[in-house]
Ligand binder design. Structure first.
Ligand SMILES: Cc1ncc(COP(=O)(O)O)c(C=O)c1O
Length: 441
């Protein structure tokens, strides 16, 4: 189980989330079903918000909405007083539909489309992170036409790449994101933006990776960004006032990962804050406005997915498959990254694990698995399987592959659940189909 009070086993031996019995949730809403615990989400948002406010001062937490985007999550972020980052016109539209303040939104993307940039300007977005020469040109032209100046950051690649428990510093960064500091591209692009009369360069953005447990990697990235800022001050007389260090804090998926309490996440942030303060003192820089963009660590462990076990197939001497009513269309992360998860039989959650099974989806793909060698009690058809820590990058990467329905999502508060994403219907599946007259019968 995760390290918060989100999940528990109730007196009936059922898995509970946010005080709601998973068996009751499945009976009321059906499966597959995404379930989110609101208290968990709010705790994480407020931990980041309060730590920055108390220990740094001028800063803003931006919820990285790519992790899970729907109107309710933006409404919660708005109520918690944090900002949001978006990476497409679609995420921005969703945030605007939820009444999110545009001035607290920061837009990313390595290839923002001209129409996405125009929409962002129409909304009055707070910050746009410039990630290519052509985008700077498009943005300058659009802003000139509107007679306004837009605040922007420049995405830089400081040459630190971190994954899970390790990080590397690399002098020859190969990434579709950002401008390399080492190659001089970041400095040239800074000069270019400073020459654009309708762009106001506030500072820099970097994001070094995701699911990172190595605290020092953030500190190294911060240090490198500050060194770059000092170099620009000395050579271009440009003093940046904003530093956005991206997201990436790791979460618990299996017992190979650490279990972090909210206080431990505050510690991560303290390490980063200390690095920024020390770096600024060393380079003689004023403290910039500090931004971070956590996504996974806010919603990942807040969410689980409930499935019903269907076909069970044992291949003697090879493996046993439990097939569920979901699969890669609601959770493509195993197919994409071989990501590992922990599963629980939610209707028999107190029973000890007895066997290792592979959990298969229902898609017509051999690789459609949720996990291999997952430890479970002996499951039977009709059992309720909960896959834990599915709140991030599951719904947001879901598809209608094989014309399966993307599952609905419910939000649990004080033991009560309500829809935040309604179930799809067969009509939704054909909504955008067009049958040319010559093919009709
Ligand atoms: C630019 C940027 N910011 C923030 C995030 C959020 O990262 P995480 O969900 O790991 O916190 C990502 C994710 O890859 C990202 O690309």
């Amino acid at each position: 189980m995760n390290a918060r009070n989100t999940l528990g086993i109730n007196e009936k031996g059922h898995l509970s989330i946010g005080g709601a019995d998973c068996v009751d949730l499945a009976a009321e809403f059906g499966t597959p079903l995404y379930v989110f615990d609101e208290a968990y989400i709010r705790t994480m948002m407020s931990v980041y918000r309060d730590t920055i406010a108390r220990e740094y001062g001028d800063g803003l937490v931006l919820y990285a909405s790519k992790a899970f985007s729907c109107e309710a999550i933006y409404a919660i972020a708005r109520e918690e007083g944090i900002g949001a980052d978006v990476v497409s016109g679609g995420e921005l539209y969703t945030a605007m539909q939820a009444g999110f303040p545009a001035e607290k939104i920061c837009m990313h993307g390595n290839n923002k489309l001209p129409r996405e940039l125009r929409y962002a300007l129409d909304c009055g977005i707070g910050l746009i992170v410039v990630d290519s020469d052509s985008e700077a040109e498009d943005l300058e032209r659009e802003c000139a036409a509107r007679g306004r100046r837009q605040d922007v950051l420049l995405r830089i690649n400081p040459g630190v790449e971190a994954h899970t428990h390790a990080y590397v510093q690399t002098a020859t960064p190969d990434s579709k994101f950002g401008f390399s500091v080492a190659s001089g591209a970041a400095k040239s692009m800074t000069e270019h933006i400073l020459r654009c009369p309708h762009l106001r360069l506030r500072g820099f953005h970097c994001h070094i990776g995701s699911q990172i447990f190595e605290k020092s990697s953030f500190a190294v990235a911060a240090e490198k960004c500050l060194a770059f800022m000092a170099q620009l001050r000395d050579t271009l007389h440009f003093e940046a006032d904003t530093l956005n260090l991206g997201g990436g804090f790791g979460i618990w998926y299996t017992d190979k990962d650490e279990k972090f309490t909210p206080e431990k996440y505050a510690d991560y942030l303290r390490t980063l804050i200390r690095a920024v303060k020390e770096g600024c003192a060393r380079f003689g820089l004023g403290l910039p406005r500090l931004m971070i963009e956590p996504g996974r660590s806010i919603v990942g462990e807040a969410g689980i997915t409930l499935y019903t076990v269907g076909a069970i197939k044992e291949i003697a001497g090879i493996r046993k498959y439990l097939a569920v009513d979901g699969g890669m269309f609601d959770n493509p992360r195993f197919c994409l990254y071989r990501s590992e998860y922990t599963a629980v039989l939610a209707n028999r959650a107190a029973e000890p694990s007895r066997e290792l099974v592979s959990v298969a989806g229902k898609c017509c793909e051999s690789g459609d698995l949720i996990g291999v060698d997952m430890a479970l009690p002996k499951a039977e058809r009709g059992d309720l399987l909960a896959v834990l820590s599915t709140g991030a990058y599951n719904y947001s990467m879901a598809s209608n592959y094989n014309r399966n329905f993307i599952p609905p999502a419910v939000l649990v508060k004080d033991g009560k659940a309500e829809y935040i994403v309604r179930p799809q219907t067969p009509e939704d599946l054909v909504r955008n189909d067009v049958l040319p007259a010559r093919l009709r019968r």
